[in-house]
Design a protein around this ligand. Structure first.
Ligand code: DGY
Length: 326
Protein backbone atom coordinates (compact mmCIF):
# COMPACT_ATOMS: atom_id res chain seq x y z
CA UNK A 1 0.00 0.00 0.00
CA UNK A 2 1.30 3.53 -0.77
CA UNK A 3 0.74 6.50 1.50
CA UNK A 4 0.83 10.16 0.61
CA UNK A 5 2.94 12.37 2.90
CA UNK A 6 0.96 13.77 5.85
CA UNK A 7 0.40 17.46 6.54
CA UNK A 8 0.66 17.14 10.35
CA UNK A 9 3.16 15.13 12.36
CA UNK A 10 2.22 11.44 12.51
CA UNK A 11 1.24 10.15 15.94
CA UNK A 12 3.45 7.28 17.09
CA UNK A 13 2.88 5.08 20.14
CA UNK A 14 6.32 4.28 21.57
CA UNK A 15 5.88 1.33 23.88
CA UNK A 16 9.10 1.48 25.93
CA UNK A 17 11.71 3.96 27.14
CA UNK A 18 14.14 4.60 24.29
CA UNK A 19 17.58 6.28 24.28
CA UNK A 20 17.49 10.06 24.76
CA UNK A 21 18.70 10.88 21.24
CA UNK A 22 16.05 8.61 19.73
CA UNK A 23 13.29 10.18 21.81
CA UNK A 24 14.57 13.65 20.80
CA UNK A 25 14.27 12.74 17.13
CA UNK A 26 10.79 11.35 17.77
CA UNK A 27 9.76 14.65 19.42
CA UNK A 28 11.18 16.62 16.50
CA UNK A 29 9.55 14.65 13.68
CA UNK A 30 6.50 12.96 15.19
CA UNK A 31 3.82 13.32 17.80
CA UNK A 32 5.11 10.58 20.12
CA UNK A 33 3.10 8.96 22.90
CA UNK A 34 5.75 7.84 25.37
CA UNK A 35 5.53 5.33 28.20
CA UNK A 36 6.82 7.38 31.17
CA UNK A 37 7.34 4.49 33.61
CA UNK A 38 8.47 1.99 30.96
CA UNK A 39 6.07 -0.75 32.08
CA UNK A 40 5.07 -3.50 29.67
CA UNK A 41 1.70 -2.60 28.16
CA UNK A 42 -1.12 -5.10 28.22
CA UNK A 43 -2.81 -5.60 24.88
CA UNK A 44 -5.82 -3.60 26.09
CA UNK A 45 -3.61 -0.65 27.08
CA UNK A 46 -1.79 -0.74 23.77
CA UNK A 47 -5.01 -0.85 21.77
CA UNK A 48 -6.43 2.07 23.77
CA UNK A 49 -3.26 4.13 23.23
CA UNK A 50 -3.31 3.30 19.52
CA UNK A 51 -6.61 5.17 19.12
CA UNK A 52 -5.94 7.78 16.43
CA UNK A 53 -2.28 6.74 16.10
CA UNK A 54 -0.55 6.48 12.73
CA UNK A 55 2.09 3.99 13.83
CA UNK A 56 3.43 1.88 16.67
CA UNK A 57 7.07 1.60 17.69
CA UNK A 58 7.12 -1.55 19.84
CA UNK A 59 9.81 -3.84 21.20
CA UNK A 60 9.84 -7.63 21.45
CA UNK A 61 8.22 -7.23 24.89
CA UNK A 62 4.86 -6.45 23.26
CA UNK A 63 2.91 -9.32 21.77
CA UNK A 64 1.07 -8.28 18.66
CA UNK A 65 -0.64 -11.52 17.81
CA UNK A 66 -3.46 -11.86 15.27
CA UNK A 67 -6.06 -10.88 17.90
CA UNK A 68 -4.20 -7.69 18.82
CA UNK A 69 -3.55 -6.77 15.18
CA UNK A 70 -7.26 -7.22 14.42
CA UNK A 71 -8.09 -4.73 17.20
CA UNK A 72 -5.73 -1.98 16.01
CA UNK A 73 -7.54 1.08 14.70
CA UNK A 74 -7.58 1.64 10.94
CA UNK A 75 -5.39 4.74 11.44
CA UNK A 76 -2.33 2.53 12.19
CA UNK A 77 -0.32 2.28 9.00
CA UNK A 78 2.94 0.88 10.33
CA UNK A 79 4.57 -1.13 13.10
CA UNK A 80 8.22 -0.10 13.23
CA UNK A 81 9.84 -2.57 15.59
CA UNK A 82 12.76 -1.69 17.82
CA UNK A 83 14.15 -5.21 17.34
CA UNK A 84 15.56 -7.48 14.72
CA UNK A 85 13.39 -10.39 15.86
CA UNK A 86 9.76 -10.13 14.79
CA UNK A 87 8.34 -13.28 16.36
CA UNK A 88 6.24 -11.08 18.66
CA UNK A 89 4.24 -9.78 15.66
CA UNK A 90 1.87 -11.84 13.55
CA UNK A 91 3.21 -10.78 10.17
CA UNK A 92 0.45 -12.47 8.16
CA UNK A 93 -2.22 -10.69 10.19
CA UNK A 94 -0.46 -7.34 9.67
CA UNK A 95 -0.06 -7.99 5.96
CA UNK A 96 -3.72 -8.90 5.64
CA UNK A 97 -4.64 -5.53 7.16
CA UNK A 98 -2.15 -3.66 4.97
CA UNK A 99 -0.04 -2.62 7.97
CA UNK A 100 3.63 -2.21 7.11
CA UNK A 101 6.00 -3.97 9.55
CA UNK A 102 9.73 -3.25 9.82
CA UNK A 103 12.63 -4.42 12.00
CA UNK A 104 16.19 -3.30 12.80
CA UNK A 105 18.70 -5.74 11.29
CA UNK A 106 22.51 -5.27 11.00
CA UNK A 107 22.89 -2.67 13.75
CA UNK A 108 22.86 -5.17 16.60
CA UNK A 109 25.04 -7.87 15.07
CA UNK A 110 28.28 -6.77 16.76
CA UNK A 111 26.71 -6.35 20.19
CA UNK A 112 24.91 -9.69 20.01
CA UNK A 113 28.01 -11.51 18.78
CA UNK A 114 29.91 -10.06 21.76
CA UNK A 115 27.33 -11.59 24.08
CA UNK A 116 27.52 -14.93 22.24
CA UNK A 117 31.29 -14.99 22.87
CA UNK A 118 30.78 -13.90 26.49
CA UNK A 119 28.28 -16.76 27.00
CA UNK A 120 30.62 -19.23 25.32
CA UNK A 121 33.50 -18.25 27.57
CA UNK A 122 31.35 -17.85 30.66
CA UNK A 123 29.79 -21.28 30.26
CA UNK A 124 33.06 -22.99 29.31
CA UNK A 125 35.10 -21.44 32.11
CA UNK A 126 32.42 -21.62 34.81
CA UNK A 127 32.23 -17.86 35.22
CA UNK A 128 28.97 -17.75 37.19
CA UNK A 129 30.20 -20.34 39.67
CA UNK A 130 33.54 -18.58 40.11
CA UNK A 131 31.94 -15.17 40.54
CA UNK A 132 29.60 -16.57 43.18
CA UNK A 133 32.44 -18.19 45.11
CA UNK A 134 34.37 -14.93 45.26
CA UNK A 135 31.35 -12.77 46.15
CA UNK A 136 30.03 -15.03 48.89
CA UNK A 137 33.43 -15.50 50.52
CA UNK A 138 33.19 -19.25 49.92
CA UNK A 139 36.42 -19.29 47.93
CA UNK A 140 38.80 -21.19 50.21
CA UNK A 141 41.60 -22.59 48.14
CA UNK A 142 43.57 -22.69 44.95
CA UNK A 143 44.52 -26.06 43.62
CA UNK A 144 45.25 -27.58 40.22
CA UNK A 145 41.92 -29.38 40.51
CA UNK A 146 39.93 -26.26 41.42
CA UNK A 147 37.28 -24.89 39.00
CA UNK A 148 38.67 -26.65 35.97
CA UNK A 149 36.62 -25.74 32.92
CA UNK A 150 36.75 -26.31 29.20
CA UNK A 151 38.86 -24.46 26.69
CA UNK A 152 37.20 -23.08 23.57
CA UNK A 153 40.42 -22.27 21.73
CA UNK A 154 40.82 -24.46 18.68
CA UNK A 155 37.45 -26.18 19.14
CA UNK A 156 34.70 -26.64 16.57
CA UNK A 157 31.98 -24.01 16.76
CA UNK A 158 28.65 -24.95 15.20
CA UNK A 159 26.41 -22.07 14.20
CA UNK A 160 22.72 -22.61 13.54
CA UNK A 161 21.55 -19.70 11.39
CA UNK A 162 24.38 -18.03 9.52
CA UNK A 163 22.71 -14.64 9.08
CA UNK A 164 24.22 -11.36 10.13
CA UNK A 165 24.74 -12.19 13.82
CA UNK A 166 25.92 -15.72 13.04
CA UNK A 167 28.51 -14.40 10.61
CA UNK A 168 29.90 -11.84 13.06
CA UNK A 169 30.00 -14.49 15.79
CA UNK A 170 31.96 -16.75 13.42
CA UNK A 171 34.46 -13.94 12.74
CA UNK A 172 34.99 -13.23 16.43
CA UNK A 173 35.32 -16.97 17.20
CA UNK A 174 38.10 -17.27 14.64
CA UNK A 175 40.06 -15.02 17.00
CA UNK A 176 40.05 -18.05 19.31
CA UNK A 177 41.20 -20.28 16.46
CA UNK A 178 37.81 -21.98 16.43
CA UNK A 179 36.88 -23.95 13.34
CA UNK A 180 33.48 -22.80 12.18
CA UNK A 181 30.78 -25.16 10.90
CA UNK A 182 27.24 -24.01 10.16
CA UNK A 183 23.75 -24.98 9.18
CA UNK A 184 21.60 -22.49 7.32
CA UNK A 185 18.65 -22.59 4.94
CA UNK A 186 21.02 -21.65 2.13
CA UNK A 187 24.74 -22.11 1.72
CA UNK A 188 26.59 -18.78 1.84
CA UNK A 189 28.83 -17.58 -0.98
CA UNK A 190 32.48 -18.50 -0.39
CA UNK A 191 33.52 -14.93 0.54
CA UNK A 192 30.92 -14.87 3.34
CA UNK A 193 31.73 -18.42 4.41
CA UNK A 194 35.39 -17.61 5.03
CA UNK A 195 36.25 -21.29 5.14
CA UNK A 196 33.33 -22.31 7.35
CA UNK A 197 32.03 -25.79 6.66
CA UNK A 198 28.40 -25.94 5.53
CA UNK A 199 26.07 -28.67 6.80
CA UNK A 200 22.97 -28.99 4.67
CA UNK A 201 21.29 -30.98 7.45
CA UNK A 202 21.11 -29.84 11.05
CA UNK A 203 21.68 -33.42 12.21
CA UNK A 204 25.08 -33.52 10.59
CA UNK A 205 26.14 -30.28 12.33
CA UNK A 206 24.96 -31.47 15.74
CA UNK A 207 27.46 -34.30 15.96
CA UNK A 208 30.33 -32.27 14.53
CA UNK A 209 30.83 -29.48 17.06
CA UNK A 210 32.08 -28.81 20.58
CA UNK A 211 30.18 -25.55 20.99
CA UNK A 212 26.78 -24.89 19.41
CA UNK A 213 25.52 -21.32 19.08
CA UNK A 214 21.94 -20.55 18.03
CA UNK A 215 21.33 -17.59 15.74
CA UNK A 216 18.19 -18.39 13.80
CA UNK A 217 14.84 -16.62 14.15
CA UNK A 218 12.01 -18.13 16.18
CA UNK A 219 9.49 -19.53 13.71
CA UNK A 220 7.12 -22.48 13.66
CA UNK A 221 9.92 -24.54 12.04
CA UNK A 222 12.60 -23.63 14.58
CA UNK A 223 10.37 -24.07 17.65
CA UNK A 224 12.15 -26.41 20.11
CA UNK A 225 14.91 -27.08 17.62
CA UNK A 226 16.95 -28.16 20.64
CA UNK A 227 14.93 -31.03 22.07
CA UNK A 228 15.56 -34.51 23.49
CA UNK A 229 16.10 -35.98 20.04
CA UNK A 230 18.51 -33.34 18.74
CA UNK A 231 20.32 -33.21 22.10
CA UNK A 232 20.94 -36.96 21.85
CA UNK A 233 22.87 -36.30 18.64
CA UNK A 234 25.20 -33.73 20.22
CA UNK A 235 28.77 -34.58 21.12
CA UNK A 236 28.93 -35.40 24.83
CA UNK A 237 30.34 -32.43 26.74
CA UNK A 238 29.07 -29.83 24.26
CA UNK A 239 28.55 -26.22 25.29
CA UNK A 240 25.29 -24.64 24.13
CA UNK A 241 24.87 -20.91 23.59
CA UNK A 242 21.60 -19.11 22.84
CA UNK A 243 21.38 -15.41 22.01
CA UNK A 244 18.45 -15.81 19.60
CA UNK A 245 15.15 -16.73 21.24
CA UNK A 246 14.14 -19.02 24.10
CA UNK A 247 11.55 -20.72 21.93
CA UNK A 248 14.35 -22.54 20.07
CA UNK A 249 14.97 -24.67 23.16
CA UNK A 250 12.86 -27.27 24.95
CA UNK A 251 13.81 -26.35 28.51
CA UNK A 252 13.00 -29.70 30.10
CA UNK A 253 15.15 -31.56 27.59
CA UNK A 254 18.08 -29.17 27.97
CA UNK A 255 17.88 -29.24 31.77
CA UNK A 256 17.93 -33.02 31.77
CA UNK A 257 21.02 -33.00 29.53
CA UNK A 258 22.72 -30.40 31.74
CA UNK A 259 22.01 -32.42 34.88
CA UNK A 260 23.38 -35.55 33.23
CA UNK A 261 26.44 -33.66 31.93
CA UNK A 262 25.69 -34.70 28.33
CA UNK A 263 25.56 -30.96 27.68
CA UNK A 264 28.49 -29.73 29.77
CA UNK A 265 27.27 -26.16 30.13
CA UNK A 266 24.84 -23.67 28.66
CA UNK A 267 25.24 -19.93 28.18
CA UNK A 268 21.80 -18.40 27.75
CA UNK A 269 20.70 -14.81 27.16
CA UNK A 270 17.15 -15.63 26.05
CA UNK A 271 14.50 -17.86 27.57
CA UNK A 272 11.02 -19.22 27.15
CA UNK A 273 8.60 -17.02 29.07
CA UNK A 274 11.31 -14.53 30.08
CA UNK A 275 11.71 -12.95 32.54
CA UNK A 276 9.86 -15.80 34.32
CA UNK A 277 12.42 -18.38 33.23
CA UNK A 278 12.34 -22.09 34.01
CA UNK A 279 13.60 -22.24 37.64
CA UNK A 280 15.72 -25.29 36.83
CA UNK A 281 18.33 -23.09 35.14
CA UNK A 282 18.97 -21.19 38.38
CA UNK A 283 19.61 -24.37 40.33
CA UNK A 284 22.48 -25.58 38.18
CA UNK A 285 26.14 -24.60 38.40
CA UNK A 286 26.73 -25.35 34.73
CA UNK A 287 24.55 -22.53 33.44
CA UNK A 288 25.73 -18.99 32.71
CA UNK A 289 22.65 -16.80 32.48
CA UNK A 290 22.11 -13.26 31.24
CA UNK A 291 18.88 -11.23 31.10
CA UNK A 292 18.37 -10.78 27.31
CA UNK A 293 21.05 -8.12 26.88
CA UNK A 294 22.41 -9.13 23.46
CA UNK A 295 21.81 -5.69 21.97
CA UNK A 296 22.22 -3.71 25.19
CA UNK A 297 25.03 -1.30 24.41
CA UNK A 298 24.63 2.46 24.10
CA UNK A 299 25.83 2.45 20.51
CA UNK A 300 23.53 -0.36 19.46
CA UNK A 301 20.41 0.85 21.23
CA UNK A 302 20.84 4.30 19.60
CA UNK A 303 21.38 2.65 16.22
CA UNK A 304 18.30 0.44 16.66
CA UNK A 305 16.16 3.48 17.45
CA UNK A 306 17.48 5.46 14.50
CA UNK A 307 16.96 2.49 12.22
CA UNK A 308 13.34 2.13 13.39
CA UNK A 309 12.86 5.86 12.75
CA UNK A 310 14.46 5.65 9.30
CA UNK A 311 11.84 3.02 8.50
CA UNK A 312 9.02 5.19 9.85
CA UNK A 313 10.32 8.22 7.96
CA UNK A 314 10.20 6.20 4.76
CA UNK A 315 6.63 5.05 5.40
CA UNK A 316 5.41 8.60 6.03
CA UNK A 317 7.32 9.99 3.05
CA UNK A 318 5.57 7.38 0.88
CA UNK A 319 8.87 5.55 0.26
CA UNK A 320 9.52 1.84 0.70
CA UNK A 321 11.14 1.31 4.13
CA UNK A 322 14.54 -0.37 4.01
CA UNK A 323 13.72 -3.07 6.56
CA UNK A 324 10.22 -4.11 5.62
CA UNK A 325 9.28 -7.59 6.79
CA UNK A 326 5.54 -7.35 6.04
C1 DGY B 1 16.03 -8.20 19.02
O1 DGY B 1 16.28 -7.12 18.48
O2 DGY B 1 15.34 -9.06 18.49
C2 DGY B 1 16.58 -8.41 20.39
O3 DGY B 1 16.32 -9.67 20.86
C3 DGY B 1 16.03 -7.36 21.34
O4 DGY B 1 14.67 -7.31 21.21
Amino acid sequence: MQYTPMASKPKVVVTRKLPEAVEARLRRDYEPVFNPDDHVYSTDELIALADGADALLPCHSEHLDAGAIARLPASVKAIANFSVGVDHVDLDAAKARGIIVTNTPDVLSDATAEIALLLMLGAARRAAEGDRLVRTGEWRLWSPAFMVGRQITGKVLGIVGMGRVGQVTARRARGFDMQVHYHNRRRLPAEAEQGAEFHERLDSLLGACDVLSLHCPATAESHHLINAETIARLRPGLILVNTARGALVDDEALLEALRAGHVAAAGLDVFNGEPAIHPGYRELDNTFLLPHIGSATRETRDAMGFRALDNLDAVFAAREPGDRVA
